[in-house]
Write a new protein. Structure first.
Length: 161
């Protein structure tokens, strides 16, 4: 059994961390679903403010950072795990910034109060952001565990040499 573990750890030196990397890429896909869901609605002029510009800018930065993290974690670089955790936490915080505000806001269109974001759209936005955050955090944990295991294995090889 110990020999199998050693072989599995030794193989990690020559293979990529595709699980953690794939989870980071999946988080980008969930973020795109959120992006599409929130920006497809156009209720009055509520969406036309500085917050939407900041949200769009953050989405672009998020996708770039998540992609960079997926490439870094693929090579067992543990620092990218911390970036992924921070990105995951920010994804959860984002629920309370834009979707929550839009869900509780109403605008008047032709003398009728209309909810900016209906329940169905709000639920989908929350699901996409939580799925994105979960992928990032699980990917980060997988990346940390595998990076530390590989680092410890390489240290034992250096001692033996």
């Amino acid at each position: 059994m110990n020999e199998e573990k050693t072989i599995r750890l030794d193989r990690m030196r020559y293979t990529k961390n595709t699980l953690a990397s794939g989870l980071a890429l999946l988080s980008i896909i969930f973020n795109v679903f959120f992006f599409i869901s929130i920006y497809e609605s156009n209720v009055g002029s509520w969406y036309y403010n500085i917050l939407i510009g900041a949200s769009i800018l953050y989405n672009l930065v998020f996708m770039l950072a998540a992609f960079l993290s997926s490439e870094g974690i693929k090579n067992y670089k543990i620092g990218y795990s911390y970036v992924m955790i921070v990105l995951g936490i920010i994804q959860v915080i984002r629920i309370f910034i834009y979707p929550m505000r839009a869900h509780t806001a109403t605008v008047t269109i032709q003398d009728q109060a209309v909810t900016v974001m209906e329940n169905r759209q709000f639920i989908f936005c929350v699901i996409w952001l939580l799925a994105s955050a979960a992928c990032l955090i699980v990917g980060a944990v997988v990346g940390m565990v595998r990076s530390r295991a590989l680092k410890a294995h390489i240290a034992t090889l250096d001692k033996a040499a």
